[in-house]
Design a protein around this ligand. Structure first.
Ligand SMILES: [Zn+2]
Length: 217
């Protein structure tokens, strides 16, 4: 059995029937309950979670890439291009995941990114320490505010540079190592890679938050 947004399904056939109804027209999926259901289920499909971006919403429209355009699900991400998914594949993926309840609560991709962020922490902390040592004064790169007397946790270390934000580094390493998914990245070897290529800067907490928000549009 699999549970998706509080709805239970015993078989793949039942699940597929629910999805068929959902894409029968363009408007049903706009109902909040259906939207929650759709976002939950598509995230269990590897074509979706391997993109490594948050799913913003799912809508139903014709898939013009097919010979006979028919209605299908379009998955909209924060920070990545929209993709279409076939409900048959979505249903199969959701059914094949064991213990799907916990998977939906913590997607594998999030766990991996957290692992990679944790392993590079010594680099991050060393950069911060150095910045305090040489900073006279220690300033936010964006707003130039003096942070010397700020609380230490208000002084953030941020990945910067063109295509060298943290997510770019993860993707670049995956590419370089010829891995199909970032889930296969070994934390230790990523750490070594990170040490050589990461570009870091000091930001104040408000500037860092602002940057993160604008980055997601
Ligand atoms: Zn600032």
């Amino acid at each position: 059995m699999v549970t998706i947004a509080d709805e239970h399904f015993d078989t793949q056939k039942q699940l597929l029937a629910r999805l068929r109804l959902l894409i029968k027209n363009k408007t049903d999926i706009l109902k909040p309950r259906n939207q929650v259901f759709a976002v939950d289920i598509v995230q269990r499909y590897n074509k979706v979670y391997e993109i490594g971006k948050e799913v913003k919403r799912v809508y139903v429209d014709v898939n013009r890439a097919t010979v006979f355009p028919e209605l299908c699900m379009h998955v909209v991400f924060i920070g990545a291009a929209t993709i279409t998914v076939a409900i048959r594949n979505v249903a199969r993926a959701a059914m094949s995941l064991k213990d799907a309840g916990t998977v939906s609560a913590r997607r594998p991709i999030d766990t991996k990114l957290e692992e990679l962020r944790t392993i590079v922490q010594p680099d991050i902390q060393a950069f911060k320490k150095r910045a305090y040592e040489i900073g006279s004064p220690l300033c936010c790169t964006f707003c130039k505010r003096d942070l010397t007397d700020e609380k230490r946790e208000q002084v953030h270390v941020d990945h910067c540079g063109v295509n060298t934000e943290f997510r770019h580094l993860v993707e670049r390493f995956r590419n370089q190592e010829n891995l199909t998914t970032i889930l296969d990245i070994g934390a230790e070897s990523f750490n070594t890679f990170h040490s050589t290529v990461a570009q870091l800067q000091i930001l104040c907490a408000p500037c860092n938050m602002k940057k993160k928000r604008s980055d997601q549009v």
